[in-house]
Design a protein around this ligand. Structure first.
Ligand code: E4P
Length: 214
């Protein structure tokens, strides 16, 4: 399973990249707004740090506006993946991008039927939002299971990119289900490495190491 980092914070991206754990980056307007910087500047800088798919979202909601932004994003760097919303206009833009060889990440997916449409439109990635489904008392991971099954049934090439990840259990279950990618906030990447028995075991080894004659 590939790991993308879900952030627009360059420090987090550099730190995670230095750990050798990052295959790509996802951004969205909310994450970029937190930086106080221009979206284009942020994406350009990310492309210098990570050599993998970098999702940059369109801000328009109509087909013509989305396509204009998709063409602009595609010129920024070969690794930029255009993030399009799962609407009828977004699906149409996905199909056009696919025909033009522009990679896409279809975002805001909350149902298996939406994921089926995105695959039929030729999406490179589909982003089901598991955490936001959990927030409304649904099990977001059931959606991942359904999408993985449907895509396997019909051999769709669209990659399942688990998004809105909130905790390590989302990552664990994504890996068991065979999802292609998990996009993970920096805090959750740190949590993945943590285990109380690792900390306790290391403390004991450090203590005992002091007793070894030098
Ligand atoms: C990434 O592509 C998504 O935009 C992001 O994972 C959404 O996460 P959130 O539901 O925590 O905002």
């Amino acid at each position: 399973m590939k790991f993308f980092i879900d952030t627009a914070d360059l420090k987090e991206i550099r730190d995670a990249a230095a750990m050798g754990l990052i295959d790509g980056v996802t951004t969205n307007p909310s994450l970029v707004a937190k930086t106080g910087r221009k979206y284009l500047d942020v994406v350009r800088e990310i492309c210098e740090v990570v050599d993998g798919p970098i999702s940059a979202e369109v801000l328009a909601t109509d087909y013509d506006g989305m396509m204009a932004e998709a063409h602009d994003w595609a010129k920024v760097h070969r690794n930029v993946v255009v993030k399009l919303p799962l609407t009828l206009d977004g699906l149409r833009a996905t199909r056009t991008c696919s025909n033009e060889g522009i990679k896409t990440n279809v975002t805001l997916c909350f149902s298996a039927n939406q994921a089926l449409l995105a695959a039929k439109a030729g999406a490179t990635f589909i982003s089901p939002f598991v955490g936001r489904l959990d927030d409304i008392s649904e099990d977001g991971m059931n959606l991942i299971e359904d999408i993985c099954t449907i895509y396997q049934n019909y051999d769709f090439a669209t990659q399942v990119l688990v998004a809105s990840v909130r905790h390590p259990v989302h990552v664990h279950r994504s890996a068991l289900l065979g999802a292609d990618v998990c996009t993970i906030p920096f805090k959750v990447i740190e949590q993945l490495a943590k285990h109380p028995l690792t900390d306790a075991g290391l403390a004991k080894f450090v203590e005992d190491a002091r007793k070894i004659p030098r």
